[in-house]
Design a protein around this ligand. Structure first.
Ligand SMILES: [Zn+2]
Length: 177
């Protein structure tokens, strides 16, 4: 995720006029307002959807990132939602793209906000239908037993939070090393 929520265009998306920070009447925080047409540019976080795929034997899949940021660190498959798909569909699509893996039986695990990245991450767990392999933006897939999660090599704080929640949901939090 390279774009920062506060570094978007300096020009109005409606008319091309200059933007300035103003506190609109009745609003609670300053917004980027067009000085020409008055259009208010609200900056909203973007939803990301991801999946922790789990095999019948209880091991889970992570992918090793092949791109920045956090290249070569482990993360669960996930990415930005496209218009026209549900969060579940986006999560399953990203899992197919990044891990060449079909999943089924999605179950919501948690919703996490990365304030400074401007994203809200929706994480499911799901049953893996296969072994998977490296896909787009990944260099490797790895299957990890709950006691062998690579905590010091995780890509993001959301990765950490979701895996902690997954362990807790299964009553395995004592296995966090
Ligand atoms: Zn304008």
């Amino acid at each position: 995720m390279t774009s920062h929520p506060h570094s978007s265009s300096r020009y109005c998306m409606q008319c091309g006029g200059d933007l300035a920070e103003r506190l609109p009447q009745g609003d609670s925080m300053a917004r980027l307002v067009c000085e020409a047409c008055g259009f208010i540019h609200y900056l909203n976080p973007r939803p990301v959807a991801g999946i922790i795929p789990v095999r019948e034997d209880g091991n889970l899949l992570l992918v090793r990132r092949a791109i920045e940021p956090r290249r070569s660190f482990w993360v669960f498959p996930g990415g930005f939602m496209d218009v026209g798909e549900t969060a579940e569909e986006a999560a399953a699509r990203e899992t197919q793209e990044e891990a060449n893996l079909e999943v089924t039986a999605l179950s919501l695990l948690g919703v996490y906000t990365r304030i400074h990245a401007g994203v809200v991450v929706i994480v499911y767990e799901a049953l893996a239908l296969g072994e998977g392999s490296a896909g787009s933006e990944t260099s490797e897939v790895g299957w990890f037993a709950p006691a062998a999660i690579p905590w010091s090599e995780l890509a993001f704080d959301t990765t950490h939070w979701a895996l902690e929640a997954w362990l807790k949901k299964r009553g395995l939090e004592d296995l966090k090393n």
